[in-house]
Design a protein around this ligand. Structure first.
Ligand code: ZN
Length: 144
């Protein structure tokens, strides 16, 4: 479906804030109900998940008390249970350039983080439980 570009927000996130929570706060504060974003910077510790397709649950694949670069963090914003929901994936690099990647979970603390958030308009995307995958996927949309 076709959407329109909405507002664009750029700023940095607070030192030692939780990366996922801070991104969610930006979206809620600005009422961004659909969109996408990118973040670069660094973290002081990380918690990335891996979705176990067999058992249909997230496992903590990378839980590290380690200073890492946010080589890339991208994701989208949509609605889940009527609330603004941020889905983010991150690739984090250590001092050797070795990378760890996965689904961004609570518990990843910011050292420095610069973001650009792009709002999309014209459609609402709603996440609902999908029995095939066990995930909350975009199963319903509403144009406006
Ligand atoms: Zn994910």
């Amino acid at each position: 479906m076709q959407v329109q570009q909405g507002r664009v927000f750029i700023d940095r996130l607070a030192y030692q804030a939780d990366l996922l929570a801070a991104l969610t706060d930006v979206c809620k504060k600005e009422n961004i109900r659909l969109g996408y974003f990118s973040v670069i910077g660094a973290v002081t510790c990380a918690n990335l998940g891996y979705y176990d397709q067999q058992n249909q649950e997230y496992t903590d694949c990378v839980q590290m008390d380690k200073k890492l670069e946010i080589a890339s963090c991208v994701g989208n914003i949509s609605l889940k249970d009527g609330d603004i929901f941020v889905h983010a994936h991150a690739t984090l690099a250590d001092h050797d350039g070795k990378c760890y990647a996965g689904h961004l979970m609570p518990g990843t603390k910011i050292f420095a983080a610069e973001y650009v958030v792009h709002e999309l308009t014209g459609v609402e995307m709603h996440r609902e439980y999908d029995s095939e995958t066990g995930l909350s996927l975009w199963l319903r949309s509403k144009e406006f």
